[in-house]
Design a protein around this ligand. Structure first.
Ligand SMILES: [Zn+2]
Length: 380
């Protein structure tokens, strides 16, 4: 385990290789943004905006924007409408009632209150639960299937409505370091499905469960031909905006009515309080990620703070040591109840996936001691 010399990104993130360098892909990218003359990028964006207006002149909407109601999508929607003068149709693949939080529902309502048209897609909760359970046992990541739906539904709606521009927020290839996703240039999102999350759009494991192709409609990422037939272009807005980051997006959205999560960071593992507000199981998913790769949500949050100079690496280490991987039992219990398993069965799955090089089991179920020091690497 090697840490970036500047931030606290370890080299254990899947799809991210920067072994040959001392600093991580995201820090490298952040540095490169200092050399950018932003008006040049804005000009490219303006061209894309004009093209979208022209191509979609027969439609009520100029573009499709995937939203969750969280900090990034709220700022994105506002920017697209108020700065770029586009008329977006917001599309949300919503969690079923048994999963969505009041906070998530309230933040989506906030977007409607801000005057946007919002299309909400709610796939069958029965299928949803089946896929979540399978994802948890198969990948120790319940979100594997639902993320497919979150990312696929947006281009599906674009294709169905014949709207040729899809806008996402950050480019995960550049800003997180998921290199598989990198497209032709910094704003090109057309290679999205090659990233770690969508894994090439492979849903064969869902079909193996005996679920029909028809039922998986919203889980299947459209194929190249479908995009080409409608001349659909996917872009990342974040590449064009100098202060597109966790902190500014959070602040902007809070000032426009976003409600933050009020739980303690020792229970949620998230020191920011503004990430993944629409449901709570992400909290233990981040804990599992921590046991697999040695970092969690707080690492991602402090890394941004370090890069923009609002936190030192040493201050960040203290926060990460305190909060990364933390998760209150109530979140695990509510999930166990949802998929009808015991806490024991839950920890059996986690235990099989704990990286035993990074952690040593204490002997007590669900407790592991890290073999590494944050910011330094493995002991010994
Ligand atoms: Zn870094």
């Amino acid at each position: 385990m090697i840490y970036c010399k500047e931030c606290l990104e370890p080299n254990t993130r899947p799809g991210n290789s920067w072994e040959s360098s001392d600093i991580c892909t995201a820090c490298e990218y952040y540095k490169s943004t200092k050399e950018i003359y932003w008006p040049d990028r804005y000009e490219i964006l303006q061209d894309l905006v004009e093209k979208a207006k022209k191509n979609n002149k027969d439609s009520q909407y100029d573009c499709i924007v995937g939203v969750s109601g969280g900090k990034d999508s709220t700022r994105q929607a506002l920017y697209i409408r108020d700065n770029l003068g586009l008329n977006p149709l917001l599309v949300c693949m919503s969690y079923p009632p048994s999963q969505v939080t009041d906070l998530g529902a309230s933040n989506l309502s906030n977007l409607i209150r801000l005057g946007f048209d919002l299309e909400i897609i709610g796939p069958s909760p029965i299928l949803w639960k089946k896929l979540i359970k399978e994802s948890f046992f198969r990948f120790s990541n319940w979100a594997k299937a639902t993320e497919m739906a979150l990312f696929s539904a947006v281009p599906i709606i674009a294709i169905n409505y014949d709207i040729s521009l899809v806008i996402w927020g950050e480019n995960p290839g550049l800003q997180i370091g998921d290199k598989g996703m990198i497209g032709k240039n910094g704003w090109d999102g057309n290679n999205m499905k090659s990233g770690n999350t969508l894994a090439g759009g492979d849903i064969s494991w869902m079909e193996e469960m005996g679920i029909s192709e028809k039922d998986l409609y919203f889980f299947r990422y459209p194929i190249e031909k479908e995009f080409e037939a409608r001349d659909i272009n996917i872009i990342y807005l974040g590449w064009f905006i100098g202060d597109w980051n966790f902190i500014t997006n959070g602040r902007t959205s809070l000032s426009y009515g976003l409600s933050p999560r009020l739980g303690k960071a020792t229970e949620t593992g998230d020191a920011s309080g503004v990430s993944s507000l629409d449901e709570d199981w992400v909290i233990f998913n981040q804990m599992i990620k921590y046991y697999k790769f040695g970092f969690g949500k707080t690492t991602e949050y402090v890394n941004e703070q370090i890069r923009n100079g609002s936190m030192t690496r040493d201050e960040a280490i203290k926060l990460v040591e305190k909060y990364d991987g933390k998760c209150a039992d109530k979140y695990i219990d509510s999930f166990c109840k949802y998929i009808n398993i015991t806490r024991e069965e839950f920890w059996n799955v986690v235990d099989q996936n704990v990286n035993k090089q990074l952690f040593t089991p204490t002997g007590k179920k669900g407790e592991y001691t890290p073999n590494f020091k944050v910011g330094h690497g493995l002991y010994g």
